[in-house]
Write a protein that binds this ligand. Sequence first.
Ligand SMILES: Cc1cc2nc3c(=O)[nH]c(=O)nc-3n(C[C@H](O)[C@H](O)[C@H](O)COP(=O)(O)OP(=O)(O)OC[C@H]3O[C@@H](n4cnc5c(N)ncnc54)[C@H](O)[C@@H]3O)c2cc1C
Length: 385
Amino acid sequence: MDIPKIADVVIVGGGVMGASTAYHLALKGCKKVVLLERDPLFGQEATGKCAGGIRYQFATEINIRLSLLSLPMLDRFEEELGQAIDLRRCGYLFLLTREEDVQAFHSSLALQHRLGVMTEWLNGDEVRSRLPLMRLEDVLGAPWNPQDGLVDPNSIVQGYIAGARRLGAACLTDVEVKNITLKNGRIHGVKTTLGEMETPIVVNAAGPWGAQIGTMVGLDIPVVSIRRQIAVTTPIPQLPPHFPFVVDFAKNLYFHREGPGILTGMSNLSEPPGFNQDVDRDWELKHFDEAMARIPLLEDVGISSRWAGLYEVTPDSHPILGRAREVDGFYCINGFSGHGMMHGPICGLLLAEEILDGKAHTLDITSLSLTRFREGKLIQEYNVV
Ligand SMILES: Cc1cc2nc3c(=O)[nH]c(=O)nc-3n(C[C@H](O)[C@H](O)[C@H](O)COP(=O)(O)OP(=O)(O)OC[C@H]3O[C@@H](n4cnc5c(N)ncnc54)[C@H](O)[C@@H]3O)c2cc1C
């Protein structure tokens, strides 16, 4: 296979961020967009391994605003791109068992209401009556938003890739970017496993490998990759069809309906950074002890599939989005810290605006710039699972 010799923009990585960026660049009229993915298929890394959750419930204004723009794009996705994405508004419910979390979520709720996100508050008894299959004696309350839910992440990637190709973008698999060349301090081209390409602009959409791409241009991009794993159970006939996305916040444990069973994950906060994606069976045992304590029915079911993937985590759990001021022509869309799939649609559009119009204008993304780490302007997100 040959790769183009010249591009207007080269995007490194074909997960949701690269795919959305390619589509939105092409939609805005950018001619020679080239997306390079090293795997044989698009969207098989963090995006394909994610839990599929979409939510408005965040604790910072910028994350809530990203959801306010991104989730409606998912509503319009099939109409715009001709690709069904299995959107389900099952709602998200955060079970809170610690007084400090109740207080923190009450202030997030006030912020959400100010921005037009009408998350409701359920007291402990209301939560217990809604979820009779669960053991919830210790639950003090739970924010609940019926507009949150689930989508199929692979369909989003496929929809954007197909849409970008229809608009003339070259989206290629089995091509790894090995290096990036600079001339007079600005982007000049990329070196790949299939040869070199000239381009004035490179987009770093390499997900958990974003820091490695930064190193190629001498930039320290503070994204670490951390293993997170998931298991899906065999069918549970008693599970109600509209079982919500339930997060046991203090335990970093979550559940949602997946086909006839339950998908569940629990973040291991002691997991060291790295690229290991083997399932940790010891952790799975701990995870299922906690899961069965919440849903006793799980004692009688099996596991139908399990996998591990990588979160791409920044020090403040917010993405790095926009131009890197240090290297002319280098742009970042990295570090979504466990909740990026849902923000992929809007972040691809915002980055396309930043590249083609000089500045993102649908939303001010200055607070997400790479320089915030050097300037000490971190914006901590509390609502991380
Ligand atoms: C277990 C788990 C559960 C999650 N649950 C949710 C959830 O419920 N909701 C949500 O919104 N988010 C969730 N996330 C987070 C979400 O998956 C990520 O934030 C998002 O998918 C990141 O997309 P990406 O395109 O940046 O990364 P990726 O999908 O990893 O794509 C990056 C791509 O870059 C490619 N690449 C890397 N280096 C190179 C190179 N040198 N040359 C060419 N290609 C390269 C990789 O092969 C990869 O395909 C979850 C993540 C995990 C792991």
